[in-house]
Design a protein around this ligand. Sequence first.
Ligand code: CP
Ligand code: NVA
Length: 303
Amino acid sequence: MKRDLISILDLKAEDLEQIMQDAATLKTLRKEGKEHPVLAGKNLAMIFEKPSTRTRISFEVGMNDLGGHALHLNHKDMQLGRGEEVRDTARVISRYASGVMIRAFLHSTITEFAAHSTIPVINGLSDKEHPCQLLADIFTIREYFGSTEDIRVAWVGDGNNVCNSLILASGLTGMDLRVATPDGYRPDPAVVERGRTVGGKVTVFNSPEEAVKDAEVIFTDTWISMGDETQQAQRVKAFAGYTVDEALLKKADPDAIVMHCLPAHRGQEITDEVLDGPHSAVWDEAENRLHVQKAVLVNLLRT
Ligand code: CP
Ligand code: NVA
């Protein structure tokens, strides 16, 4: 039976723990320059409807490290771009590859693919979720704090895909999550409800100052996600006051770390001082995409 990673909630607590442990082992092996070709002969098809730096490179390098191969496929260069159906593409790719990673505008494209695919499907970002990012983020918090249990985590910014995965992960991780978003950009109440149903501690605040008070981790993300470019002016206006800057950071725990999935829009959601400053865990977070996704690949693709 194939296993997919489409939502962070596709993982049970024991799956998450296995991925975290495997990622730590794989990180050490890589730093020691030791080869670990457990996916020799495996191919990962990667379909992108949107641009990517981290997701593409970390999956491609990750497959290479594990002795396998990754194919970068821009959907416009495929027959998908001319209207071939997702379900037909899924059936065909299932005959060639060992797994598929998809970055799509619509979450339903990924679930439809998975419904017709016989190989594991990994969500590389949709309008609803970014589970691979969250796994790297959880791993990073564990590196800094030893655990995610009861860690006070603030989200400051748009309540969309990355925020959704963080909310849904709150039960799995035991984080004490405080979310601050402007009116009109709140997380979907159904997502908050689901996060709470699966045991998450999630509080939604009206102001960033309230959310970051004593926080040990501050998350932010772009105000203008891929696909939102036409709303740039209205979004910059709506998010005024939501910049993670030195003044906001001062309200958090003195040892707080700042996280951002990247790409950053310096001067909007985060200042240079914070992104480049001593509290920034952003570059470790970006590196950890590689180690954690390798662990995901090993767990899903190894036979
Ligand atoms: N954080 C993230 O997914 O980055 P990319 O868009 O560069 O893949
Ligand atoms: N929220 C951002 C995340 C990018 C990795 C977007 O959807 O563009």
